[in-house]
Design a protein around this ligand. Structure first.
Ligand code: SF4
Length: 286
């Protein structure tokens, strides 16, 4: 007999009777723990990181990350699985990279700035001084316009600045794309641009570090008005048509409104300020 149990309470399909507590109902039916929930919990555990700031922490919305540290809320099971799938694919790709030639390449090269900002370069070409960052992308629509995500570009440029390398390559391993298994984008920065990038990285890291230390989301940078990232705040699921909100949406909305009121900003904010993110490609958190 095959039975179906969803970790999403909305979609839970019980085996018998709707008026029983769902956990009791499950226990009665099979006497086993909910393994799906155990797996989801394991997926949401944060990896242990070194003291200081990892540049991967500076991805996407800082405020959401501080909210999450201060007041952890479960993400939707769909988001959890999606995030874990992205991370797992990236880790898989990293593990599979064998050093083609240790005299020429470094794999998983640690870089740091003044012992408090850290990063890891997937592949570093010592001969040509090129930083290579590898990303994975699940392609569920082959007509997806293959373009780099802004946060991935930022991360690569941060790594180039940390390594003081003028050249960098962003490689996407495309999963589910029959035409091209990989696509790559080349970047070049001059000395001045590298210095600017490092200064900007220091600024972002210091602001994130301060918000984290004080456990205060109001001090963190946010993406509410950033048209390429505000799908994190609210988007419409393409398949179900349901609205998917950041778990801290209303807290953040109130916070921004208060900030605007304090500043006497004539431009008031409303929910309409947000573009519907349904047409944006979502960036995977690798
Ligand atoms: S609502 Fe948007 S800006 Fe605010 S915390 Fe969430 S993702 Fe960040």
């Amino acid at each position: 007999m095959v039975t179906h149990h969803s970790t999403d309470p909305e979609n839970y399909i019980g085996l018998r009777g709707d008026n029983l507590d769902k956990d009791k109902q499950y226990q009665i039916n099979c006497g086993l723990p909910r393994y799906g929930e155990i797996v989801l919990k394991a997926l949401t555990q944060s990896p242990k990181i070194r003291d200081g700031i990892q540049i991967t922490e500076l991805n996407l919305c800082h405020r959401q990350k501080i909210f999450q540290l201060k007041n952890p809320k479960p993400q939707s099971p769909q988001n959890t699985v999606r995030a874990a799938a992205g991370t797992a694919l990236h880790m898989y790709a990293q593990r599979r990279i064998k050093n083609p030639d240790p005299t020429r390449y470094d794999v998983e090269l640690l870089v740091e700035h003044e012992d408090w900002i850290f990063g890891t370069i997937d592949l570093y070409d010592k001969e040509n001084d090129v930083v290579v960052d590898i990303k994975t992308k699940l392609v569920d629509n082959e007509r997806w316009e293959i373009k780099p995500f802004s946060s991935h570009e930022q991360q690569l440029k941060d790594l180039m600045a940390l390594k003081k390398s003028r050249n960098g390559v962003l490689i996407y391993l495309l999963i589910g794309c029959s035409n091209n298994p990989t696509v790559e984008f080349n970047y070049e920065m001059n000395e001045y641009e590298l210095q600017l990038q490092l200064k900007n990285l220091e600024k972002r890291a210091a602001s994130f570090f301060n918000a984290k230390k004080q456990s205060n989301p109001a001090l963190a940078e946010y993406v509410f008005f950033n048209k390429s990232l505000n799908w994190l705040c609210h988007r419409t699921d393409k398949k179900t048509g349901k609205g998917i909100f950041c778990p801290y949406y209303w807290d953040c909305f109130t916070m921004i409104k208060q900030e605007k009121d304090r500043e006497g900003d004539e431009e008031s904010i409303s929910d309409d300020d947000l573009a519907d993110g349904s047409n944006h490609d979502m960036e995977e958190p690798s």
